[in-house]
Design a protein around this ligand. Structure first.
Ligand code: 6PG
Length: 477
């Protein structure tokens, strides 16, 4: 038997991905360091399709038709390097190693370069959608060579999620690390979306005075409109869930300290390197870290500040509508920032990423899938060189319509002492972009004052310095 694809690393993501390939008619070689896992997969799911169980690396490689397509589904970092080192010597020129983990794109670039020298295609690919997505159709973001995509693309298109219009949620994102870069930003946006939803929830609870079950209903209603998305949908599910042991809302019995595995943090770290202001995503990452500082929070509990006083019933409903506007406007801003980062990465690394295609493949399968992404796709399709999503007419108009409510929500949050770093950062970004003048001019003056760092003038070319400690004459620098 020769398998068209192989999957090594059969934890839940790898196992479900292997099953997805098999269910789509491919013969799949499966391999795991602990052989019992391989056996369990074939025993439990063997009826779903054609699997070839391989006990050793040699058997696994021998089971694959050429050029070999070998999918690695192990932990990002050293385990990935170890698996590559185990298999690369067994492969031949033209074969492909596909890394479907959440690798850092810089690692992917390095691995791609090293393996290219050995004649092997290395395809770092983002895969989003969790366990269910891996099984039923994820959103797939492959990087690597064009040649590897010619061989692999049709298979990925088959197992991927399909958008509402039937388009497969996979595209060749770009060379080397482009796929993992885009997956990283996907996760940064995921963090921002989750933070904004969290802030909306907190406002509905503390300012509007709703109970979690009522808030779940509000999210359900929002999910029928422009906010229609997977994350809004599951938010309603989580909020309406009641803890069996205590009878309390589930959300009230969970420790309020958010964890993270690192992709959101990377998005911000790389944005800092690229000089891209992803303030909304950064606030989302910082909000998670702040929540985890239990001792610091305990030591700060008695600090002065208002206690929210919930609104009456009729006002509460109107406030909820405003929160929807604030959430939607802030969401536009965080996607604007995320796409800016992708554009900047593409520019820096020469990837030539098609932003419309990226929004298109996020329409289904992934964690941030949403009706909204179809509108982003439309915006980039209408104008490929759109300088920013905010310059799209439709989004600009929607923000214009939302902004009074957005500002009102932030006024209420500030007055009542409800932290809304995501909403606030998004509005500050929006206002800063539209400002005719920024205090950056003053910053330049200060820098020139204390360090002769020089400045440019609005009315003349060149760099200048003022002799601050002397007669304050201006000199050309
Ligand atoms: C996905 C998810 C996935 C990851 C989450 C959780 O696209 O399917 O992004 O890759 O499980 O990002 O990450 P944190 O543990 O950092 O929240």
């Amino acid at each position: 038997t020769s398998a068209q694809i192989g999957v090594t690393g059969l934890a839940v993501m790898g196992r479900n991905l292997a099953r997805n390939f098999a269910r789509n008619g491919y013969t799949v070689a499966v391999h795991n360091r602990t052989v019992s896992r391989t056996k369990a997969l074939v025993e439990e799911f063997g009826h779903e399709g054609d699997f070839v169980a391989a006990e050793t690396a040699e058997e696994f490689v021998a089971a694959l038709e050429r050029p070999r397509r070998l999918v690695v589904m192990v932990k990002a970092g050293e385990p990935t390097d170890a698996v590559i080192e185990e298999f690369a010597p067994l492969l031949e020129p033209g074969d492909m190693i596909i890394d479907g983990g959440n690798a850092h794109f810089a690692d992917t670039r390095r691995r791609e370069r090293e393996l290219r020298e050995r004649g092997i295609h290395f395809v770092g690919t983002g895969i989003s959608g969790g366990e269910e997505g891996a099984l039923h159709g994820p959103s797939i973001m492959p990087g690597g060579s064009k040649e590897s995509y010619d061989s692999l693309g049709p298979m990925l298109e088959k197992i991927s999620a399909k958008a509402a219009d039937g388009a497969p949620c996979v595209t060749h994102v770009g060379p080397d690390g482009a796929g993992h870069f885009v997956k990283m930003v996907h996760n940064g946006i995921e963090y921002a979306d989750m933070q904004l939803i969290g802030e909306a929830y907190q406002l509905l609870r503390d300012v509007a005075g709703y109970e979690p079950a009522q808030i779940a209903d509000i999210f359900r209603t929002w999910n029928t409109g422009r906010l229609d998305s997977y994350l809004i949908e599951i938010t309603a599910e989580v909020l309406s869930h009641v803890d069996e042991a205590t009878g309390k809302p589930f959300v009230d019995v969970v420790v309020d300290q958010a964890e993270q595995k690192g992709t959101g943090r990377w998005t911000v770290q790389i944005a800092l390197d690229l000089g891209v202001p992803v303030s909304g995503i950064a606030e989302a990452v910082f909000a998670r870290s702040l929540s985890g500082h239990a001792e610091l929070r305990a030591a700060s509990r008695d600090l002065a500040g208002p206690k929210p006083t919930p609104l009456g019933e009729s006002e509460a409903a109107a406030f909820a509508d405003r929160v929807e506007q604030a959430l939607y406007a802030s969401k536009i801003v965080s996607y604007t920032q995320g796409f800016h980062e992708i554009a900047a990465g593409s520019e820096e690394y020469g990837w030539d990423i098609d932003l419309g295609a990226v929004s298109s493949i996020w329409r289904g399968g992934c964690i941030i899938r949403a009706a909204f992404l179809d509108r982003i796709r439309a915006a980039y399709d209408a104008r490929g060189d759109l300088p920013s999503l905010l310059s799209d007419e439709t989004f600009a108009r929607e923000i214009a319509d939302a902004q009074d409510d957005w500002r009102e929500v932030l006024v209420a949050a500030t007055r009542q002492g409800v932290p809304t770093p995501g909403f606030a950062a998004a509005l500050a970004y929006y206002d800063a972009l539209r400002a005719p003048r920024l205090p950056a001019a003053l910053t330049q003056g200060q820098r020139d004052f204390f360090g002769a760092h020089t400045y440019r003038r609005v009315d003349r070319e060149g760099s200048f310095h003022t002799l601050w400690g002397g007669n304050r004459a201006e000199v050309s620098a």
